[in-house]
Design a protein around this ligand. Structure first.
Ligand code: 5AD
Ligand code: SF4
Length: 464
């Protein structure tokens, strides 16, 4: 089925190409705006790959683009509000230029209430599709280009994974790779399982084939992507653990760095810690979402671990891999949260000493179990949020600069935004480093002495 589908989509790419080049004018331009996580960023590379193959040209300037696409996120309500804000502005542009083509896709489109709003208030949007049929983008675009009405096509779920469609990578030297889609965890606050569907793992052979190809194309760093990578491999014809997959990825010649996200603490195995410890390629970085340090809340959130289990896990990881950076996600303001619950979270922050923590104010998501619980007073939440933020910053400050004076490998990523004589890159633990160097080094691993620690980044000097 998947091979036929790939062939079909390539046929639609060709059909679209013929349509858009038929009148012989200047090539059409496109701009994709991505909201949300790395999975969405990867999806946008797929959209971009298909559009380039069709013959569209990417423009960095949304204002002048002939085709505007929003790849949306819905994990918190402010992500939705941003999209509505942009649509308000696009309405005026479309009035002036009726040929402007607008498409919406991504997680927010999987919500029925959103689709109702788009049908009613945003009739000028040409094409709307969701997360499950993104691989049909060429086909949907063809339908849209040959129709004068709004095309909306949203699937509730899918069990298929379509391989070998075009991808346009943002960076030449590093790439995200989907290893699984969806999530089965149903944390009580989270909308992801409803909009991304059930967990499905990609066949390891397809993953390795893709990474081998990336390596041949010059990629040296890969980021394995999934909502819960630690449960990779469940349900495959030949079940395989995430740790086993990592061992296979490690064997790919030319790949020098391996990262992954996101890990769920309840599924992080001893086997994975062993593989990370022994690896020269797996980066010294682990994102391990805590969400809360209160056992009462963790239970209500359906996280399936306790504060003590989380702390023990961190201990085990730090004992095995002392130089690892650990980052986390924390939610403040979950229904029923008290000052004492927040104290428990702060206690974990202090005990673990996270290198960084993304702290979010709880956002009520319709359809999730937590949405029907009594919600907290926003002023109280803001106060608690600030307490958590202070603790996070104090702990991160203690850890910032811990590699001062060391010589470390840096993957050179780009010319520094503020000073063209400087390059910017990342350490294995994901810390940012700026140093003097030539743009020809972009994409290479170089040795840098870390001379100055400036908060969350270093200034260094390249060592021959
Ligand atoms: N409100 C606030 N934060 C949320 N997250 C997920 N759902 C919500 C929500 N309803 C956060 C979690 C998760 C991260 C990706 O987003 O911390 O780890
Ligand atoms: Fe959401 Fe929990 Fe799944 Fe993460 S593991 S995507 S927080 S349901």
């Amino acid at each position: 089925m998947a091979i036929d589908e790939t062939k079909l989509q390539h046929e639609y790419i060709e059909k679209c190409r013929q349509l858009i080049t038929a009148n012989g004018g200047a090539p059409l331009t496109y701009h994709v705006t991505t909201f949300g996580c790395q999975m969405n960023a990867r999806d946008s590379e797929k959209l971009s790959g298909i559009l380039k193959e069709i013959g569209y040209i990417e423009t960095p300037d949304e204002e002048s683009a002939d085709f505007v696409i929003y790849n949306t996120c819905t994990v918190r309500d402010n992500a939705n509000q941003k999209v509505y804000g942009h649509l308000g502005m696009l309405k005026a542009r479309k009035k002036k230029n009726p040929d402007l083509c607008i498409a919406l896709c991504g997680c927010m489109m999987q919500e029925e209430s959103v689709i109702e709003i788009i049908r009613e208030k945003y009739k000028f949007v040409n094409l709307v599709f969701g997360t499950h049929n993104l691989y049909k983008f060429a086909e949907l675009l063809y339908r849209s280009l040959t129709s004068s009405s709004q095309i909306i096509d949203i699937w509730k779920d899918t069990d298929s994974i379509v391989e070998d469609l075009p991808v346009d990578r943002k960076y030449s030297f590093k790439s995200g790779i989907n290893i699984m889609f969806g999530c089965n965890n149903f944390c009580s606050y989270c909308i992801v399982p409803y909009v991304r569907g059930r967990e499905r793992s990609r066949d390891p052979k397809d993953i390795i084939r893709e990474i081998e190809q990336l390596s041949r194309d010059g990629v040296v760093e890969v980021m394995l992507l999934g909502q819960n990578v630690n449960s990779y491999g469940k349900g495959l014809p030949d079940e395989m653990s995430f740790a086993e997959l990592l061992k296979e990825v490690e064997k790919v010649e030319g790949i020098k760095r391996i990262r992954f996200m996101t890990s769920h603490p309840k599924d992080l195995s001893d086997e994975l810690i062993e593989v990370m410890k022994d690896s020269k390629k797996i980066c010294r970085q682990l994102h391990l979402p805590l969400q809360s340090g209160s056992d009462r809340l963790l239970k209500s959130m359906n996280r399936r671990y306790t504060k003590e289990q989380y702390l023990n896990l961190v201990d085990k990881i730090r004992t095995a891999i002392p130089d690892i950076s650990i980052t986390t996600d924390i939610i403040v303001g979950y229904p029923g949260e008290t000052v004492e619950d927040v104290n428990e979270t702060i206690d974990v922050i202090r005990k673990v000493g996270f290198d960084n923590a993304f702290t979010f104010i709880y956002s009520k998501r319709t359809g999730t179990p937590a949405a029907s619980m009594p919600q907290l007073d926003p002023a109280f939440v803001k106060e608690q949020f600030n307490r958590v933020l202070t603790a996070v910053q104090e702990e991160a400050d203690k850890r910032n600069g811990k590699l001062l004076g060391c010589i470390e490998e840096v993957l050179v990523e780009e010319i520094n935004e503020h000073d063209a004589a400087m390059l910017s890159g990342r350490l294995s633990n994901a810390s940012l480093v700026h140093f003097k160097g030539d743009a020809g080094l972009i994409g290479q691993l170089v040795k840098v002495r870390l001379n100055e620690a400036k908060g969350f980044y270093y200034i260094g000097e390249m060592i021959e």
